[in-house]
Write a protein that binds this ligand. Structure first.
Ligand code: UT7
Length: 405
């Protein structure tokens, strides 16, 4: 029998931090209100050069490094996001290109804040069914670009970032043991980005009405979340044959500390066994659970054979839970890190070569003229990630599209 083990994890947070006090200078709010109602103290905001794909790629590289896996070994890449680079192509294709994952299928998954657990379930099933041996699941978001910075009821809640895990097939029992996916489209209007899809294309009127930003009925979503967390957690634990007392770490979606605390209370899980980092990052939607996993692992809060339950919930409405037995890890060598870096540079070169080849082909046999004007390369807003230098946290620049402190 095949099992899908989590063998690598990584995260990426933009360098720029926006505190509650910073927000209080933009909208009518206060540090006290935000802390008390949500538990959030600060959040990270993407710099101008950072995007969902660039953050996903950085988190993925870290996860691959922990797993000791190269991009070329991947069979499947799933990027869960509500803030993709474009409607198409998928953000996952940019990740595939930057990692040199030439054997991998790649697609985006739209299940809002439940997206990472949905992705984990899909990838684990692909491994268990034998259609993939190694998969990468990423949750990545640049929510600051779709937030209405004049709406205090939503802009204080969200942050940017990415987290990733590597899943690998192994014979020994463990890894993703049970999952649960659910949806209730009757609540679709409770949390949505109304415009920018095929129903409401962007027009000047749409922009004026700010329909290109997040709309949320906070109270209703709060009620929905409080209801489903407990139910989904109990069901996924039951499927795995676990009781709440046996769970070593509960990793809920980080939307609101009050929701997390009340779920922990009703499940009878003490807060020492609940992972919370909402105070530093706010709600990073699909990225929140993989960021939490990477932090928990780095902090030594996840040991081999630990029983972990994660639960996500959000727009759709969607919710999902997973019961995972944490896996024994190999130790990644220093030389692997160096090899990986060379591998990514090679992938970048190969990507450029393919583009040049397509351009030459187009010149020889095609009709379209894709040559840059005056022979000079313009500053290209859709420049591929494989052609950008690898970004590090220290290279992050302040965002121009978000309010300055
Ligand atoms: O990740 C997807 C899932 N998302 C969630 O799970 C979010 C769920 N919802 C929530 O976390 C909470 O509903 C919020 C944090 C969004 C709001 O907290 P709340 O305790 O439900 O507040 P509320 O919406 O009931 O508003 C209470 C008051 C209102 O004033 P009035 O009408 O009582 O005079 C708001 O206008 O607080 C006011 N308010 C604020 N005041 C200061 C709303 N936002 C703010 C703010 N600063 N930022």
């Amino acid at each position: 029998m095949r099992y899908a083990h989590i063998t690598g994890w990584g995260k990426y947070l933009p360098q720029r931090v926006m505190t509650n006090d910073d927000l209080a200078r933009i909208v009518e709010t206060s540090d006290a209100w935000i802390r008390e109602r949500t538990g959030i103290v600060e959040r990270h905001i993407a710099g101008e050069s950072e995007t969902t794909a660039s953050m996903a790629i950085a988190a993925a590289m870290e996860a691959l490094n922990v797993a000791g896996v190269s991009g070329g070994q991947l069979d499947l890449i799933v990027v869960a996001t509500a803030t993709p680079e474009h409607i198409f192509p998928s953000t996952a294709c940019f990740v595939q290109d930057a990692l040199g994952a030439d054997r991998a299928g790649a697609f985006d998954l739209s299940a809002a804040c439940a997206g990472f657990v949905y992705g984990l379930s899909v990838a684990a099933d692909a491994i268990k069914a034998g259609s993939a041996d190694t998969a990468l699941v990423i949750g990545a978001e640049t929510l600051s670009r779709i937030v209405n910075w004049d709406d205090r009821s939503t802009c204080v809640l969200f942050g940017d970032g990415a987290g990733a895990v590597v899943l690998q097939a192994r014979d020994q029992p463990g890894g993703v043991l049970s999952t649960l996916l659910r949806a209730d489209g009757s609540g679709s209007e409770l949390l949505m980005l109304p415009a920018g899809g095929s129903k409401i294309p962007i027009t000047p009127q749409v922009l004026e009405q700010r329909l290109n930003t997040i709309k949320m009925n906070g109270r209703e979503v709060y009620r929905f979340a409080s209801r489903v967390i407990e139910r989904a957690t109990r069901e996924v634990m039951h499927k795995a044959g676990w009781t709440a007392e046996q769970v070593d770490l509960f990793v809920p979606h980080q939307a609101n500390l009050r929701i997390i605390e009340s779920a922990a209370r009703s499940l009878n899980i003490p807060m020492e066994r609940v992972f919370c980092n909402i105070q530093h990052y706010g709600n990073t939607s699909a990225a929140s659970i993989p960021i939490a996993l990477a932090e928990a692992a780095a902090a030594g809060r996840l040991r081999p054979n630990d029983r972990v339950v994660m639960v996500g919930f959000g727009g759709g409405l969607t919710w999902a839970a997973a019961a995972v037995q944490w896996s024994e890890l190999g130790t990644p060598s220093r030389s692997r890190r160096v090899f990986s870096r060379i591998g990514y540079q090679w992938a970048s070169l190969r990507s450029r070569a393919r583009r040049v080849l397509r351009h030459v082909e187009d010149r020889l046999f095609g009709t379209a003229d894709t040559a840059p004007q005056n022979g000079k390369r313009e500053k290209d807003p859709v420049r591929p990630h494989a052609e950008r230098p690898l970004e590090t946290n220290s290279a992050a620049q302040p965002a121009q599209k978000t309010p300055e402190r």
